[in-house]
Design a protein around this ligand. Structure first.
Ligand SMILES: Nc1ncnc2c1ncn2[C@@H]1O[C@H](COP(=O)(O)OP(=O)(O)OP(=O)(O)O)[C@@H](O)[C@H]1O
Length: 617
């Protein structure tokens, strides 16, 4: 029935599109097969697309959810990790704090000191730039023909050690040559022996009896011994012998030489060493058996034409300050083509402050292996270590603690108010007969003191870095000859100058660095004689300097005045061992408050401004 109805309608209206009405709501219009297929296909396609879309959407939602989940997990993990690190850091911190609280102040200071020491350790080796660049490294010491006498060679190492102990000589290094107790056994030429004897130099001092055999053997050497203990002879004699041997083999002619060089930090010290060398060489050549050796003094402030008579011959020895020497080498007035001996006096100063680059520059003029020797009364650990690294199989010869005061000096420390110093100085001068040296750290003060003394009728000369070379030479000459009773000096005259029988050293203003104090008081009590050193201190003296002084007095077994003994060492209060500063050798402080390091900074700044104290040039 339904079918017939449908059929009827089909008949009535063949048109496929009819409007539906209520009665015919079951009516389904006829759709041709092809069209139906197409519709189905389209429907299928659209359905498929929507399925795809839905699936895609669903996937996107899943992805989003997963991303969010992952992010959340990451966030949680990060937070967990952060917490752990934070907690770990806190734990480490707490642990360290606990450990630190167990440490004494001394241990903490020592740690800080070591850190600073590490930081300043990174210095270039003491060698010429050419050697460093080419990687030239000498392995063995210089060969010499010198041998100790048979009876000395036959001694056992224990016997050598016994002799060293007898003279309080400490040594370090490989195959150390034996100590020799007599100049004659060192095979020193007769004329020199006679000259030494005539000047009351009969037996070698400890630094000489171990230092000279080591140097004669060609060994690099670090020689440390207290002020006035005869270091000059210990490093000049080996050079004289070396030059003599060369000259005897083949006499030097014009343009040849030098064989060796002695470097000094100040003109005055260079001049004094030069005079010693000339005297010893003249003594050697006196009886005509040995050749005349020629020595040149190479310092700023003097005209080299004065020495043209020496320069016109073969040259054996040069004594110099670094600045003028570099100048001469650059101008090719002589060369180092055959130079094989380099000695630095007051070496801690030479390779430390200010001169290090000059020394490196000088080394670059050497064309062959050399023997290098460093001598000083003060040589802090840091410089010893640095020097040892730069030398070839060095021998370290140490008589007493490096930087210790000469025990032949009676040290008196007095509290004198600043305004009372001048007046008290006059009183102090009465303590001993002349000659007396007065030291002040300040050039103006040196001039003021001299003026005051002259006004009071005291025959005084003055010397400091701002004086002309003539004034400096005049001061030294007239004081040495005894024409003047008192010399007022800044640091220039403190290191190495050997004046005859100084009775009394007055330190008008205490130097900040205890090494300088040791050198200053060391102008008296030389070559076995005794002397007095009076030092003025007051409120202006830094507490740390006073502490250094206190320990130095204690070490030397000197009287410590009450105002010094009451100064407490903050390190001692915390317990632990009290090690001296390895930068300046002061016993009363560590590196972290070393005045020398502060001075280095100041000097560096000053050198940028081109300031020059006139010291060695
Ligand atoms: N073996 C010796 N016996 C006696 N006197 C000596 C001996 N050797 C050197 N002297 C004398 O000792 C004095 C000091 O010597 P020198 O100037 O060499 O000391 P130094 O150790 O270099 O001192 P500084 O550290 O102050 O430079 C000189 O007058 C010197 O003639």
């Amino acid at each position: 029935m339904e079918t017939s109805t449908k059929r009827r309608r089909i008949q009535r209206s063949p048109s496929p599109v009819y409007k539906l009405d209520d009665e015919n709501d079951e009516y389904e219009p006829y759709i041709p097969v092809a069209q139906r297929r197409q519709q189905k296909l389209a429907k299928l396609q659209s359905w498929g697309a929507s399925v795809e879309q839905r699936a895609k959407k669903q996937q996107e939602e899943i992805d989003e959810r997963e991303d969010a989940q992952r992010e959340e997990e990451l966030r949680r993990e990060k937070a967990r990790m952060e917490r752990t690190l934070l907690m770990e850091a806190q734990e480490v911190h707490q642990k360290r704090a606990a450990e630190d609280s167990k440490k004494t102040e001394t241990e903490k200071a020592e740690e800080a000191d070591n850190e600073i020491l590490e930081a300043i350790k990174s210095r270039r080796k003491l060698a010429s730039d050419m050697e460093l660049a080419k990687g030239i490294q000498y392995i063995d010491s210089l060969k010499t023909s010198w041998r100790p006498p048979k009876y000395v060679r036959e001694r056992s190492e224990e016997q050598h050690q016994k002799i060293r102990e007898k003279y309080h000589i400490l040594v370090d290094g490989e195959n150390i040559p034996p100590p020799i107790e007599h100049f004659v056994d060192m095979k020193v030429p007769g004329p020199i022996l006679e000259y030494l004897k005539a000047n009351r130099i009969v037996l070698p001092t400890p630094i000489q009896l171990q230092g000279i055999p080591a140097a004669f053997s060609g060994r690099d050497l670090i020689g440390i011994a207290f002020t006035g203990s005869g270091k000059t002879l210990a490093f000049c004699l080996p050079l004289i012998m070396m030059a003599l041997e060369e000259e005897m083999k083949l006499p030097f002619i014009r343009g040849e030489g030098p064989v060796g060089i002695i470097l000094c930090p100040s003109r005055e010290l260079a001049n004094q060493t030069y005079e010693n060398v000339v005297t010893w060489c003249s003594a050697l050549a006196k009886d005509g058996k040995y050749s005349q050796l020629n020595t040149v003094l190479c310092i700023g402030g003097i005209s080299m034409s004065e020495q043209s008579h020496v320069m016109s011959k073969g040259l054996h020895i040069v004594v110099a300050t670094p600045g003028r020497l570099i100048d001469m080498l650059e101008k090719k007035r002589f060369t180092f083509n055959n130079c094989k001996y380099l000695c630095m006096d007051e070496a801690d100063r030479m390779i430390d402050l200010g001169f290090e680059d000059d020394v490196r520059n000088i080394m670059s003029f050497f064309k062959r292996q050399r023997q290098t020797l460093l001598f000083s009364a003060t040589m802090p650990r840091k410089i010893q270590d640095f020097a040892q690294e730069s030398l070839i199989k060095p021998v370290l010869v140490n008589v007493g603690r490096a930087g210790a005061a000469n025990l032949d000096v009676l040290q008196v420390v007095e509290y004198v108010k600043q305004e009372a110093k001048m007046v008290y100085l006059l009183e102090c001068l009465q303590k001993t007969p002349p000659p007396v040296i007065i030291f002040s750290e300040n050039k103006n003060e040196v001039d003021d003191i001299q003026e005051y003394l002259l006004l009071k009728g005291v025959e005084a000369v003055a010397i400091h870095g701002s004086k002309s070379q003539e004034e400096r030479q005049y001061a030294i000459k007239s004081f040495k000859s005894g024409a003047k009773d008192v010399m007022v000096a800044s640091g220039v005259a403190s290191k190495g100058l050997d004046f005859n029988d100084i009775q009394h050293v007055i330190i008008f203003s205490m130097p900040k660095e205890i090494e300088d104090y040791v050198h200053q008081i060391g102008r008296t009590g030389r070559s076995g004689k005794t002397g007095i050193a009076t030092t003025f201190v007051n409120m202006n003296t830094a507490e740390q300097t006073l502490l250094d002084l206190k320990y130095l007095l204690m070490e030397a077994g000197q009287k410590v005045p009450p105002f010094l003994s009451t100064i407490d060492d903050p390190r001692a209060a915390q317990g632990g061992t009290l090690k001296g500063c390895s930068v300046c050798g002061g016993l009363g402080h560590g590196i972290s408050n070393c005045p020398k390091l502060e001075d280095v900074k100041r000097r560096e700044m000053a050198s940028h401004r081109g300031a020059d104290d006139g010291g060695g040039y």
